[in-house]
Write a protein that binds this ligand. Structure first.
Ligand SMILES: [Mn+2]
Length: 328
């Protein structure tokens, strides 16, 4: 894709850059990076999202890099003919709210589940959305501020778990490119004081109730907590030597939210959750990380022992894939 096509498309319109509903470092960095990129080319854009910025790491990012993101409730002026650029997300996915503006463009690195005719579409199977935005600066010789370069570098590092997850050579090349421009102290600063005291409760609960079948670990968080925290607990459980697949879920007021990790090559995390939750909810994602949800109105379908039902559903899909050696 040619970033100049995006610039041409967006000229003379009111522009919003929207992330998915649980803005993580890659989503925030991508939105911020695109904002600076467009600004240099004479286009001003506001960053927006629905949902919550409820993780310390995300809040800290906004502070550290001086980023302003407007929540849905602070967007009373958005009109139907305003343009929206989706970053790190795609229209019609369950994790992104359909705002009133017109989704004319999409820059993302997730698999396509719901094809949509954007006027500008740049969707590539790379490890982070941030590396795609970095490549826009590089390929167009657009100046990059030390702050913005640092944010994009942090986005790449976080989404690839420091090049241990889904990383590609573009992620690596762009990190090297960003390193030359970045105020690296800001990146280092993001790694200190990253845990909130309340997080310990979620860790504690998961440690208490973890169950391991074969090499699949199940654990749940029995109270409302941030989606990003469920994902962090998922990474934590996956780090156990006896676990190759982690299925972590949080019992929330609007349903059960899942975070899945797989380090088994034949088990595609996105396909696993899509199939396991098929009759109750929905899910999807990457080969190694995925998410999903069972809405509260469907909880009755799980029967009396919801944990046993969830474990059965996942174990059935896993053993089916292992037996058949199905391609993912
Ligand atoms: Mn991402």
């Amino acid at each position: 894709m040619n970033p100049f096509d995006l610039i041409a498309l967006l000229k003379n319109h009111t522009i919003y850059i929207q992330t998915h509903n649980f803005p993580d470092p890659d989503a925030i960095a991508s939105a911020f990076g695109l904002q600076e990129f467009l600004s240099y080319h004479g286009i001003s854009a506001d960053l927006c999202y629905d949902g919550k910025i409820d993780r310390l790491s995300a809040k800290k990012m906004l502070e550290t890099f001086g980023i302003t993101m407007l929540s849905k409730d602070n967007l009373p002026d958005m009109k139907a003919d305003d343009y929206i650029v989706l970053v790190d997300s795609q229209k019609n996915n369950s994790n992104v709210t359909d705002l009133i503006g017109d989704e004319v463009a999409c820059i993302d690195h997730h698999p396509i589940f719901f094809p949509y005719e954007y006027q500008y579409q740049d969707i590539r199977p790379v490890g982070s959305c941030s590396c795609m935005i970095a490549s826009y600066f590089q390929s167009t010789d657009t100046p990059l501020s030390p702050k913005c370069a640092a944010a994009l570098a942090y986005g790449i590092k976080m989404d690839t778990a420091d090049f241990t997850r889904g990383s590609t050579s573009l992620d690596m090349e762009m990190l090297a490119f960003l390193f030359q421009h970045a105020d690296w102290k800001l990146v280092v600063n993001m790694y200190s004081n990253t845990m909130e005291f309340d997080d310990l409760r979620a860790y504690g609960a998961a440690i208490q109730n973890i169950q391991i079948f074969d090499r699949t670990g199940f654990a749940y968080i029995p109270f409302n907590c941030a989606q990003a925290l469920i994902a962090i607990i998922s990474d934590f459980i996956l780090s156990l030597d006896v676990v190759d697949i982690a299925v972590i879920y949080g019992i929330q007021t609007d349903g059960i939210r899942f975070s899945i990790r797989s380090e088994q090559e034949q088990i595609h995390a996105g396909n696993l959750i899509a199939r396991a939750l098929r009759s109750w909810g929905s899910g999807g994602g990457h080969p190694s990380m995925a998410g999903g949800m069972i809405p509260s109105e469907n909880l009755a379908l799980l029967g009396e022992d919801i944990h046993a039902s969830i474990q059965d559903a996942f174990m059935q899909v896993i053993s089916h894939i292992e037996k058949k050696g199905l391609p993912h």
